[in-house]
Design a protein around this ligand. Structure first.
Ligand SMILES: [Mg+2]
Length: 259
């Protein structure tokens, strides 16, 4: 979407165009994916340590049921108890009995705090370099229990700010977690783009405060969404950072906000 932007930085009809200055990423399933220790086999092994016989084949159904049951805190306060209850739901759904399920869930939640249990997608590293080449600031916003700054250090992510719900106290899609990141990056909502895989948390949350939000739809679940990409390699083009034989004259290297 390059609406008649001229080299002067003005739209054809004379209004200044919003200039892209920062890109903010969600983390889980956007930049990184949880390794096997956090999946069906991890549950089976952890269950065995707690005397529970958990069936890996029941993991996906149990996880989807837990997602359906998950009730966010009404004021979107970050809550460890919520994560434990969600995980306990999965343990129970995989065959765990009531007695040992909570202790098993607590241990699994601890595993989600360990940075080495996550892996970066191949496109995550290259997109950071591409954005830096355009002198864009980069931020992270994530719901979860981990120390987000340490996560970035562990995985070698070159970022300017990290706002985790545990440290911030509120979770996406609460407006304040997005506003905190914008403040740290010293940009306005109109100068930043959010990229994430959760329609509710990342996309609706960011759009509610006036940010552009691009859905990363790796599983291709939202074909009707206008502003979406299916991997991060597509992000530079979505941001107008590359010449694409395009309608505005192939102005490679001149980012625009795409609104
Ligand atoms: Mg995510």
């Amino acid at each position: 979407m390059h609406y008649g932007v001229l080299r002067s930085g003005m739209r054809r009809w004379g209004y200044p165009r919003p200039v892209l200055r920062a890109v903010i990423f969600d983390v889980d399933f956007t930049l990184s994916w949880p390794g096997p220790g956090l999946g069906p086999e991890g549950y089976r092994q952890l269950g065995a340590l707690h005397g529970l016989e958990l069936d890996p084949d029941r993991y996906e159904v149990a996880r989807l049921a837990a997602v359906a049951d998950l009730q966010a805190h009404p004021e979107l306060l970050h809550s460890e108890e919520l994560w434990i209850m969600f995980t306990k739901d999965i343990v129970r759904g995989m065959g765990g009995d009531a007695a040992g399920s909570r202790a098993c869930a607590v241990d699994m939640v601890r595993r989600w705090e360990a940075h080495e249990n996550f892996h970066l997608y191949d496109d995550a590293i290259s997109i950071f370099a591409a954005l830096r080449a355009h002198r864009l600031s980069i931020g992270l916003i994530s719901n979860g229990h981990r120390d987000l700054e340490q996560f970035a250090v562990h995985h070698g992510l070159d970022i300017d700010c990290a706002v985790g719900s545990k440290a911030h106290g509120r979770a996406k899609p609460h407006a304040s977690i997005f506003e905190r990141a914008l403040e740290a990056l010293e940009v306005t909502a109109g100068e930043a783009v959010m990229v994430g895989d959760s329609y509710r948390d990342d996309i609706e949350g960011a759009r509610a405060i006036g940010m552009r939000a691009i859905l990363l739809d790796r599983e291709e679940l939202y074909p009707s969404e206008d502003d979406r990409i299916t991997d991060l390699f597509q992000l530079p083009a979505a941001l107008g950072l590359v010449a694409d034989g395009d309608e505005d004259g192939g102005r490679a290297g001149q980012p625009n906000i795409g609104l």
